[in-house]
Ligand binder design. Structure first.
Ligand code: 6PG
Length: 242
């Protein structure tokens, strides 16, 4: 039984269009309810086309949307590996979004722990808070790694268990550079999550995420199950039909 709602679409293009529509609706609902919307963007390769489609949405008042990041690689903002650069090219450069509404993680910082603390404070100062005392994003966009990671919470790493901060520095491992990532509690507390998975490589990880039992240390993306409104937007191949 898949937690939340599953939307299976023919291909990546359809996933991007649907993700952009749903993201646009979440943003407009939040603005209607609270006067502004807070969004957390993932990087990687899947969400770019969805961000580009969102940029075309003329019904959004962009002055009322605060953009944050789910994670960032330890690279300068103009690096081809930068999640900020991807979002900038797909979305920030294409829609009239005021610069002060864009909150990027400082991937280029020499002291990543300090950058994590700073971003933690930035989130705390801008977000609404839940009754249980946790910063509450209106919506987060997530991807899933073939290994079952989400955000930059990787299987077997101690960052998966961090609960005393909103943002954590993730040490480099193998040929992966260091990163900054939101932590599990702030991910779980989001009002809504849209999870995008395209391609056969995601099938096995998705099965582990959706299985009734499992371990977040093996499959950190299982944290997404806890989000009160989680929607899985997948293509046929990720669903094992391609
Ligand atoms: C990143 C991400 C990461 C991503 C997954 C899936 O910086 O890489 O934010 O968590 O969502 O790795 O990536 P793809 O979309 O490239 O498959």
């Amino acid at each position: 039984v898949v937690p939340g709602s599953l939307v299976a679409l023919p291909d990546g293009e359809a996933v991007a269009r649907e993700a952009a529509n749903r993201l646009g609706n979440c943003i407009r609902n939040a603005i209607d309810t609270h006067g502004y919307a807070t969004v957390a963007l993932s990087g990687g390769s899947t969400p770019g086309p969805a961000y580009a489609a969102l940029a075309e949405n003329s019904r959004i008042d962009w002055t009322k949307v605060e953009f944050f990041f789910v994670d960032e690689r330890a690279v300068p903002p103009d690096s081809p590996r930068s999640n900020y650069r991807m979002a900038k090219e797909a979305l920030f450069d294409r829609a009239p979004i005021p610069a002060e509404r864009i909150h990027r993680m400082q991937g280029e910082a020499l002291d990543l722990a300090a950058a994590a603390r700073e971003y933690d404070l930035e989130i705390r100062s801008r977000l609404r808070w839940s009754e249980t005392g946790m910063a509450e994003f209106d919506v987060g966009i997530f991807g899933i790694g073939d290994d079952g990671h989400t955000a930059s919470l990787f299987p077997g790493e101690p960052t998966v268990d961090v609960t005393d901060r909103l943002v954590v520095e993730v040490p480099a491992a193998g040929n992966r550079e260091a990163r900054l990532s939101l932590t599990a509690p702030v991910i779980e507390q989001m009002r809504a999550a849209l999870v995008l998975a395209v391609g056969k490589g995601k099938q096995e990880a998705l099965e582990r995420v959706w299985a009734t039992s499992g371990d977040v240390h093996v499959t950190p993306a299982r944290y997404l199950r806890e989000v009160r409104s989680v929607t899985w937007l997948i293509d046929k191949a990720a669903g094992g039909l391609g």
